[in-house]
Write a protein that binds this ligand. Structure first.
Ligand code: ZN
Length: 361
């Protein structure tokens, strides 16, 4: 009898031999995460019941004017114009459960550190069970890429949340991680200005605003041309926890606009144009429509394991919104990102398989 432990390496070897890469056209990857952004709004736009509820939406009329349209396809475009006008037409969006496309986290905890660990390492490690500043022992795909020829020192992360240096374990991985108000020590005027601003902001969510995280990432990209950039926004989750539905929507809308601005920066720069893939996703979902469950996530809210992702780039077939029955897991992103660059991510822990639906071109 073959023991399981001896079968596994054989299966892994078999999988490697039958996996054929798509023709490699992607030279750079941008990953963007919207913390705790629900698929319900991504695919359905603003929720009418939450807009009407004064407890969650103080300026009901103003918020409705900004984000409401009767037609669901037009309504979601109003909230996420870049996602629906550009990514949906040139790439793919998965996770609309109403039409059968399911994206879930594989970890059982349904909150941030386990989610980001799963995205970046491909491994829903049960030992990662808190949001504490604990060094992550798992090898992540960013450091794996950073170890490859041509990528050393070219993989960076900018985050609003101050736990990312631990999730990515910058001390071991060697990845440059700029989180919260980490000093932007660069001989670059724009980055110096952003550094001054981040030290003087009122910090409405107790870490630097997403806007400053974004501009730091954009100006770094323009000045130093990283090949892999991870940009992690945070505000949507904070405003949802506070029960501020209007602010949650405004943050989501602003994040969409910042991603659009980033893509315009990519498309007008010959170093990146037509050679860069953009992946947009979230770390977890939130509760559904009962009472104020939309504010929360975690094991008590099983629906918060439901997520979504969007992807666009030179290797990605423009199939738009996924409407066929499918089940994709968050632990598949890491291997997919590596594959886009023509690499196999095979660390010393289990990893989800690359997502075939996005690697067909
Ligand atoms: Zn949260």
């Amino acid at each position: 009898m073959i023991r399981k432990t001896t079968l596994l390496p054989i299966l892994v070897a078999l999988c490697i031999s039958i996996t054929s890469f798509a023709q490699v056209k992607t030279e750079n990857v941008i990953i963007v995460t919207l913390d705790g952004m629900r698929w319900q709004e991504v695919f359905g736009g603003a929720d009418s019941a939450l807009l009407k509820n004064k407890k969650y939406t103080k300026d009901s009329i103003g918020t409705r004017n900004k984000f409401w349209l009767d037609d669901v396809v037009e309504r979601r475009k109003k909230l996420f114009p870049f996602l629906w006008n550009i990514v949906a037409n040139n790439g793919q969006i998965h996770g609309n459960r109403k039409v059968g496309s399911k994206v879930n986290v594989a970890n059982k905890y349904l909150f941030s550190y386990p989610g980001y660990n799963e995205i970046l390492t491909g491994y829903p490690d049960t030992a990662i069970n808190s949001n504490n500043k604990v060094l992550n022992n798992n090898i992540n795909v960013l450091e794996f890429i950073n170890q490859q020829k041509n990528y050393a020192g070219k993989v960076v992360a900018f985050s609003t949340w101050d736990v990312f240096p631990y999730i990515i374990n910058k001390w071991r991985s060697g990845i440059y991680v700029n989180a919260d108000t980490d000093t932007l020590r660069f001989n670059n005027k724009n980055l110096q200005l952003i550094n001054d601003m981040q030290l003087l902001t009122a910090k409405p969510i107790d870490v630097r605003p997403d806007l400053l995280t974004y501009f730091a990432a954009r100006e770094y990209l323009k000045a130093y041309q990283p090949k892999v950039l991870y940009l992690a926004f945070d505000e949507t989750d904070d405003f949802a926890h506070e029960g501020e539905y209007d602010q949650y929507l405004k943050s989501a809308h602003a994040q969409d606009a910042m991603i659009k601005d980033l893509w315009n920066t990519i498309e007008t720069n010959p170093y990146y144009k037509n050679k860069t893939t953009l992946l947009i996703t979230c770390d977890h979902g939130r509760g559904d429509y009962i009472k104020d469950n939309w504010r929360h996530h975690g094991q008590a809210f099983p629906e918060s394991g439901q997520t979504w992702f969007a992807i666009m780039g030179p290797n990605i077939k423009a199939t738009g919104e996924a409407t066929a029955e499918e089940q994709i897991y968050q632990n598949q992103y890491a291997a997919t990102i590596a594959n886009l660059l023509g690499l196999h991510f095979l660390p010393n822990h289990p990893v989800g398989q690359p997502i075939q639906a996005v690697l067909v071109k």
